[in-house]
Design a protein around this ligand. Structure first.
Ligand SMILES: [Zn+2]
Length: 373
């Protein structure tokens, strides 16, 4: 993502990022996005063609939406000429001003400012309408919508794809497994918080509150939604409306999080718990294993396109991209077990299924479980 400091908004910054990745000696390939606008400020288009030449994998102002429709249209046009996607974080900032938690009973009871679902769905609708116009002039234009959270957003994408629009999307592990009732202190999975008719249960009536409320590690953008929205994220993954699971991994320092809920930095340290959360949904019978694995592997590769990711699976004699995991083992999420320096995870103390034993990237060892030493 381009929301680094400084923002990745010109070819020199991208060259530095790629150079640093190469110098690190890691076999993991870095595929950086360029910013859509200069400084991610939403005012002037960044040099999209030059950044495409410098190896940008796509363009995104993530962290912020591209506010102006005309700018967004130009970005789709120019990125489309380079055959690259624009990745939008769909949010109408006017509707989310001061918002803290998904609009609903939990936000109301906790006294947190509501975050309307419509703030996302209206931005998704705008993006899709502009995309439909642009493909007439720029047939290579492609839109990817990231971390969709309410059912309404996924319904819009499903309908757009049925009309043949070149749009893809992802959902995060936390939006499909966790819900807003965690803010009040519940710790059950999203599918356990559904009643018989598919609506969110009342955690107070159920006596489901077991932890302290207002844990700032649960503050994310977009916010955790209700159990029925989480079910819609799972359904979208299962039926292919959502192409990929993306973690929206956001490591933060203790200082940025150890403040009152509404002032905490947005984001969760999520890359290491992603697989475990997805497998938890699989084990609960909420997602077919084949779809879960595809959404973590081939799905994201197809979003980025053949130009950048051209490893169509395991081929004898070719360098492998491969993860070996033990489905029968589980591991406990602890601050000390996370390699990330961001320990801002509400899953600390939980056990998750699927211990990763080995990772190969481009045929080289990228990770080995300490037990295999
Ligand atoms: Zn975002």
């Amino acid at each position: 993502m381009a929301n680094t400091t400084p923002p990745a908004d010109d070819p020199a910054v991208l060259a530095r990022l790629r150079g640093a990745a190469e110098a690190s000696g890691s076999p993991v390939r870095l595929l950086p996005y360029g910013a859509v606008t200069v400084g991610r400020a939403g005012e002037a288009l960044a040099p999209i063609g030059e950044m495409a030449d410098a190896g940008a994998a796509g363009f995104s102002d993530d962290g912020s939406p591209v506010r102006g429709g005309a700018l967004f249209r130009s970005a789709l046009l120019y990125a489309g000429m380079a055959g690259l996607p624009v990745i939008d974080h769909p949010e109408d900032l006017e509707q989310t001003h001061g918002a803290e938690a998904s609009e609903g009973i939990v936000a109301t009871v906790l006294g947190l400012h509501g975050w309307p679902r419509a703030a996302e769905a209206t931005a998704v609708a705008r993006d899709l309408a502009i995309l439909a116009d642009v493909i007439a002039d720029s047939p290579g234009a492609r839109l990817h919508l990231t971390h969709l959270s309410p059912a309404a957003s996924l319904d819009l994408v499903r309908a757009a794809r049925a009309r043949g629009l070149p749009v893809t999307c992802d959902v995060t592990p936390h939006h499909l497994a966790l819900t807003d009732e965690w803010l009040a202190g519940a710790r059950r999975w999203a599918w356990e918080a559904l009643d018989g008719s598919g609506r969110a249960r009342d955690p107070w009536a159920d006596g489901a509150l077991v932890a302290e409320p207002y844990d700032p590690s649960l503050r994310v953008n977009p916010p955790l939604r209700s159990a029925d929205d989480a079910a819609a994220c799972l359904a979208a993954l299962a039926d292919g409306t959502a192409d990929a699971v993306a973690t929206d991994h956001a490591p933060h320092s203790v200082v940025a999080k150890a403040v009152e809920f509404g002032l905490a930095a947005n984001g969760m340290s999520g890359i290491e718990t992603a697989l475990g959360l997805i497998l938890t949904a699989v084990d609960a019978g909420r997602l077919p294993l084949t779809r879960a694995i595809a959404a973590l592997t081939a799905g994201p590769a197809s979003v980025l396109g053949d130009r950048l990711v051209h490893r169509p699976g395991l081929i004898e004699g070719a360098p492998a991209d491969l993860v070996v995991l033990d489905r029968s083992d589980e591991w406990e999420v602890a601050a000390s077990s996370l390699a990330s320096r961001g320990k801002n995870s509400p899953l600390i103390g939980r056990s998750l299924p699927g211990r990763v034993l080995l990772t190969l990237a481009a045929g080289r060892l990228a990770y080995r479980d300490p037990s295999l030493a």
